[in-house]
Design a protein around this ligand. Structure first.
Ligand code: TMP
Length: 212
């Protein structure tokens, strides 16, 4: 298989209420319209066992876990997601668009909770290995706007939203740092724009970065 036809792994990242799930659906449609098979998935979750872990992470009181345990649970869910959903899809030539991946652990547990980033890198190596996204789109918007959007539509999944605004400020700064350190993989997208404008910017990034 040539580099041009190889199935790609694309991740969307960002803080609360950034509009990732809408853009994941739009991106999948765009990729399929270009003749590729494509699945949309999410983290934490995206596989039956990983969805069970998701419930433990996103529901209940904020103090349920400390930052290290959270990181371990996210990586456990991630490994299951990769093993049962992402890697088989890529191997069969199906593109994968994921609503969050490991940059979220670095941003939330690393920058947000202050967990040692070298340790998170080691956990990545142990649980994921050499596999990396081909392209990461970071949807950026002011924390207050994102939290307001998220509050208007959430059910039981309020655990992270209930953390203080300064936690979310650190998460936002973390994503921007991650993007600045890895510009070959990451593109920062202004998520205050309208849905169609954001979808167009993402489409342009795909064309420029992946030729698709
Ligand atoms: P979602 O609301 O985008 O579905 O994500 C669920 C929450 O999980 C969100 O508040 C961010 C958080 N999260 C982490 O803290 N670390 C991670 O590694 C991932 C994937 C998500």
């Amino acid at each position: 298989m040539t580099a041009r036809t190889r199935a790609r792994f694309i991740t969307l990242e960002g803080g609360e209420g950034a509009g990732k799930s809408t853009q994941v659906a739009r991106l999948r449609e765009r990729i399929e319209a270009r003749g590729h098979r494509c699945i949309a998935t999410r983290e934490p979750g995206g596989a039956p066992g990983a969805e069970m872990v998701r419930k433990l992470l996103v529901e209940g009181p904020a103090e349920r876990w400390d930052g290290v345990t959270e990181a371990l649970l996210h990586f456990a869910a991630r490994r299951e997601h990769l093993r049962t959903t992402v890697l088989p899809a890529i191997a069969s030539g199906t593109w994968v668009v994921s609503d969050r991946f490991a940059d979220s652990t670095m941003a939330y547990q690393g920058y947000g909770h202050g967990i040692d980033r070298t340790m998170l890198g080691t956990l990545y190596d142990i649980t994921v290995g050499d596999f990396r996204p081909d392209l990461t789109l970071i949807l950026d918007l002011p924390v207050e706007a994102g939290l307001a959007r998220a509050a208007s539509r959430r059910g039981k999944e309020t655990r992270y939203e209930s953390l203080p605004v300064d936690f979310h400020q650190r998460v936002r700064a973390g994503f921007l740092d991650i993007a600045a350190a890895d510009p070959g993989r990451c593109v920062v997208i202004d998520a205050t724009a309208g849905i169609d404008d954001i979808a167009r910017t993402i489409g342009d990034a795909l064309a420029t970065r992946l030729g698709s």
